[in-house]
Design a protein around this ligand. Structure first.
Ligand SMILES: [Zn+2]
Length: 155
């Protein structure tokens, strides 16, 4: 697949200081299309889908909202905390919709690892298969998400 002009525009909006101060690309110098292709291949290799990962992220966020900003236990191994800060962000892919700055933190008691993600992450993974560029402070590694969130394969 080749990068389209449209994707060049999207990639430009992902740079530092356009939509967010930090941007979405980190130190990644690859074309957006290649970032998407590589993560898609990784997710397939792990026997998963972006939808399954995003669905689990959403499910845990919804379960964690009961804690009103404190950690709550979800299932056997997980603790989830959801807190919101002021402000909203648009999706850099340009589709309609605006996302509250809601942070969901999931701790896995078994692996002792944790990950924090936003509502925009859930949307970008679900709709675009985008986990941010390598070296971005907010990059989510598909394998880590699957591991920490205990994502189940689609039946
Ligand atoms: Zn979008």
């Amino acid at each position: 697949m080749k990068q389209t002009v449209q994707m060049d525009k999207i990639q430009a909006s992902m740079r530092r200081g356009v939509i967010t101060l930090e941007g979405f690309l980190g130190t990644d110098t690859r074309k957006l299309v290649d970032i998407l292709i590589d993560d898609d291949a990784e997710v397939r290799r792990l026997g998963m889908s972006h939808e399954a990962i995003a669905r689990r992220m959403l499910e845990l966020k919804q379960a964690g909202e009961a804690g009103l900003g404190e950690f709550v236990t979800v299932g056997e191994q997980l603790e989830v905390k959801v807190d919101a800060v002021r402000g909203k962000l648009p999706c850099p892919f340009g589709d309609p919709g605006i996302f509250g700055k809601v942070n969901t933190t999931v701790r896995n008691k078994k692996t002792k690892k944790e990950v924090t993600y936003t509502d925009l992450h859930i949307h970008m993974i679900w709709a675009h298969g985008f986990y941010e560029g390598k070296g971005s402070r907010f990059r989510l590694e598909p394998a880590e998400l699957i591991d920490i969130l205990e994502v189940k394969r689609d039946e």
